[in-house]
Ligand binder design. Structure first.
Ligand SMILES: [Zn+2]
Ligand SMILES: [Zn+2]
Length: 304
């Protein structure tokens, strides 16, 4: 399965900047796009990134602060103009339903598709999506209000080894289908073939973790354990550690500490305060702790 992510906006806070944008991140899978947060202007950023909004069937909201959700009612209304019929699943913290329903009602928006909103209880930790090709886990993090991180985990795929299939003299097709479903199959001569006899070891699965707003937390480390990619907020640099603690945010060094403790593959810093003209100090302090650290550049598509 192809897996790419694209951060549409890496700016912290609600006030606008010309060059940088509010929080939203996409994960592009085969035939489906997942959206994490939907800050103001997300629809326009999707256009600029040349990412279609149509294959978005699942939206994951970290928390209800304005810089993470204001674009949501607009996107939902656009889907109605698009004559969307497929249901849309949105998961996030409490107040999400009230926010969405109140926005749609007061702005006279009627949806022609089913909206499936799931609100997570405070301290929720567990699975929120399970499809044929991936799962998504949510984990409450540590912010001023309930804030959730999400982990997308690719499912291991059975790798049929055609060489082994031929060596066993099996006819392809029906028998292999049965093997995949049932794990073993008895042939007409009475011999038994196990699935393991005709498969090669599965490729290591990839995982993508998105953490919106949070200060340093052991819960984030738990969620991000050995993830391929971690996208983590880094609102401030360490000289503003006090401010970060007060506002429930992480410094770049905090994010890097999470990446190091969780043994992730690569760390991307996002949700960076508007005060930074250059990201160099944040990147430098992160790399000191965790060398595989990068800034999540807006609109750049990265492979997981
Ligand atoms: Zn924020
Ligand atoms: Zn916040």
């Amino acid at each position: 399965m192809s897996m790419q992510f694209c951060v549409l906006g890496n700016k912290a806070g609600g006030s606008p900047l010309l060059a940088r944008h509010h929080s939203s991140t996409t994960l592009l899978l085969e035939g489906e796009t997942l959206l994490f947060d939907c800050g103001e202007g997300t629809q326009k950023r999707l256009l600029e990134a040349k990412i279609s909004r149509a294959p978005i069937d699942r939206i994951f909201i970290s928390h209800m602060h304005v810089d993470h959700v204001l674009g949501l009612p607009a996107l939902l209304a656009t889907y109605s103009s698009d004559k969307r019929t497929r249901p849309l699943f949105i998961v996030g913290p409490r107040n999400l339903r009230e926010f969405v329903e109140c926005s749609l009602r007061t702005m006279d928006v009627f949806l022609g598709y089913e909206l499936d909103i799931r609100e997570l209880d405070t301290y929720f930790s567990g699975r929120v999506s399970d499809t044929g090709s991936y799962t998504v886990e949510a984990q409450m993090l540590e912010h001023r209000i309930d804030s959730f991180g999400y982990r997308v985990e690719e499912k291991a795929h059975v790798n049929i080894d055609m060489e082994k299939v031929r060596k066993r003299g099996l006819q392809e097709g029906a028998i292999i289908g049965k093997l995949k479903r049932e794990g073993r199959v008895q042939l007409s001569d009475g011999s038994v073939v196990e699935l393991d006899d005709v498969t090669s070891p599965p490729k290591p699965t990839r995982s993508f973790v998105y953490c919106g707003d949070t200060q340093f937390s052991d819960r984030t480390i738990e969620l991000a354990r050995k993830a391929t990619v971690l996208v983590h907020e880094a609102t401030f640099d360490s000289s503003l550690e006090g401010k970060a603690g007060h506002w429930g945010h992480a410094t770049a060094a905090d994010a890097a500490r999470v990446a190091r403790e969780a043994e992730v593959g690569t760390l991307y810093l996002t949700h960076i305060s508007a005060r930074y003209i250059s990201f160099a100090p944040l990147l430098a302090e992160a790399r000191e702790v965790f060398p595989a650290s990068y800034i999540a550049e807006e609109l750049k598509k990265e492979t997981v």
